[in-house]
Design a protein around this ligand. Structure first.
Ligand SMILES: [Zn+2]
Ligand SMILES: [Zn+2]
Length: 227
């Protein structure tokens, strides 16, 4: 979940998902789902896709797959708004579910947070632990801070940042397991990647690492020296 957008001005030109596709071996599609408008991404290579953060609306996500297979379902972290459709899709496509252990250990705590906000806590299959290698040649980076088990999904020319990094903003750190200094270090580690990389966040519009390094309201690259 995002904290308020720091940057309320009209959005500048930012890379489109089509921009990701150009020169990439992957096709990336976004499906915005659920009451918190979570970005679910389909990262597809040929007829196989990785489904990242299916937060709700499994039927719509399945439709968008349009007959393609699901190599795996990945959660950038286990907040309910990112995993509400995991169980339905994992059963329907017989796909493995991948998430980081550190978040799985907090699943009961996250469930209570969801309930305290009036949402039903999703039931989840036990995930395979996220290692560095993901199916379809994608990679997982451990980027704790928003939650201890947050991961980013890295492809050629793009990175899915979950609730770590948004356009102009970063994820909140006041939920269980969140930690501000850890989050800053994780964001700074992403700035080591090429600035042209598209950032595809868990909520809101895309951006680039270069733009955020320069102009992120909370964690521009100039902050990184202090951490
Ligand atoms: Zn979220
Ligand atoms: Zn979250």
């Amino acid at each position: 979940m995002s904290i308020g957008w720091a940057d309320c001005a009209a959005p500048p030109a930012y890379p489109t998902l089509k921009g990701v596709k150009r020169g990439s071996v992957y096709e990336v599609e976004r499906v915005v789902v659920g009451p918190l408008e979570t970005n679910c991404y389909l990262i597809c290579k040929g007829s196989e896709c990785l489904v990242v953060d299916p937060g709700a609306e499994p039927e719509r996500i399945a439709e968008r797959l349009a007959g393609r297979g699901v190599a795996a379902i990945v959660a950038t972290h286990l907040h309910f708004d990112h995993v509400g459709a995991v169980e339905a899709l994992a059963e329907r496509f017989r796909a493995p579910f991948i998430a980081h252990r550190a978040d799985w250990e907090l699943r009961e705590v996250f469930a209570r947070v969801a309930e305290s906000w009036g949402f039903e806590a999703p039931r989840l299959p036990e995930p395979s632990p996220a290692g560095a290698e993901l199916p379809l040649g994608l990679r997982a980076l451990h980027v704790p801070g928003h939650t201890p088990g947050s991961i980013a999904v890295l492809g050629d020319g793009f990175v899915l940042t979950g609730d770590l990094l948004f356009r102009g903003s970063v994820g909140r750190t006041d939920l269980p397991g969140g930690d501000w200094e850890t989050l800053v270090r994780s964001v700074c580690s992403l700035y080591e990647l090429p600035p042209s990389y598209a950032v595809l966040p868990g909520h809101g519009p895309p951006t680039t690492l270069g733009r955020e390094a320069r102009a992120n309201y909370f964690v521009p690259q100039s902050t990184c020296k202090k951490y």
